[in-house]
Write a protein that binds this ligand. Structure first.
Ligand SMILES: CC(C)(COP(=O)(O)OP(=O)(O)OC[C@H]1O[C@@H](n2cnc3c(N)ncnc32)[C@H](O)[C@@H]1OP(=O)(O)O)[C@@H](O)C(=O)NCCC(=O)NCCS
Length: 154
């Protein structure tokens, strides 16, 4: 993700508020500064099909959900702050491709609104399990973690 992607990223994000919190230029810049991974799937000509942003443990991130994982998870982990795929690229494996990039030897943690059936179906298909729930701004978030595969042949 580069600075020139920011307008497209914000546009994508604001069209997916059923699943993610709002972003503007200032909050996206702050998030990307804290991030250890900020990736886009770019089909060329700035046609961004999707993006993902992850944070490492120990970031100065004022988010009750991030703090919950900081307090709950003992080992190193990847916090997935958000993933969005543009509506005309969904169900084509774009999010799966982004996950393949960020999944490694550590657990991956994120929250999903309990009403977000599509995201819950996606994360169930990738082996995420519910480890808790947290209410924020009147919305219940299901707290999900995926343990790394113990397949040592990978
Ligand atoms: C959730 C989201 C990221 C999935 O992206 P995607 O690129 O469409 O997902 P993929 O194509 O990689 O899907 C992989 C698997 O997830 C499941 N899945 C994805 N979308 C689904 C849907 N609408 N209904 C049921 N299952 C679904 C399926 O098992 C799918 O495999 P299949 O297509 O072979 O059946 C996308 O819908 C999105 O951006 N939603 C809005 C933002 C959001 O909610 N982000 C998550 C915040 S926690």
């Amino acid at each position: 993700m580069t600075h020139s992607d920011f307008d497209s990223i914000i546009h994508l994000n604001q069209n997916a508020l059923e699943g993610v919190g709002p972003l503007d230029t200032e909050s996206l810049s702050l998030l990307v500064k804290m991030a250890d991974q900020a990736l886009v799937v770019d089909h060329g000509d700035g046609d961004i099909a999707g993006f993902v942003i992850t944070l490492p443990p120990g970031a100065e991130y004022e988010s009750s959900r991030y703090r919950w994982f900081e307090d709950t998870l003992v080992d190193d982990y990847v916090y997935l702050d958000r993933i969005v795929v543009s509506q005309n690229h969904r169900r084509m494996g774009v999010a799966s491709k982004l996950y393949e990039e960020i999944e490694g030897d550590q657990p991956v943690a994120l929250e999903v609104y309990e009403t977000n059936d599509v995201s819950l179906a996606f994360h169930e298909s990738r082996g995420f399990a519910e480890v808790g729930a947290l209410t924020h701004d009147g919305k219940t978030n299901l707290m999900l973690v995926r343990e790394p595969s113990d397949d040592s042949t990978n």
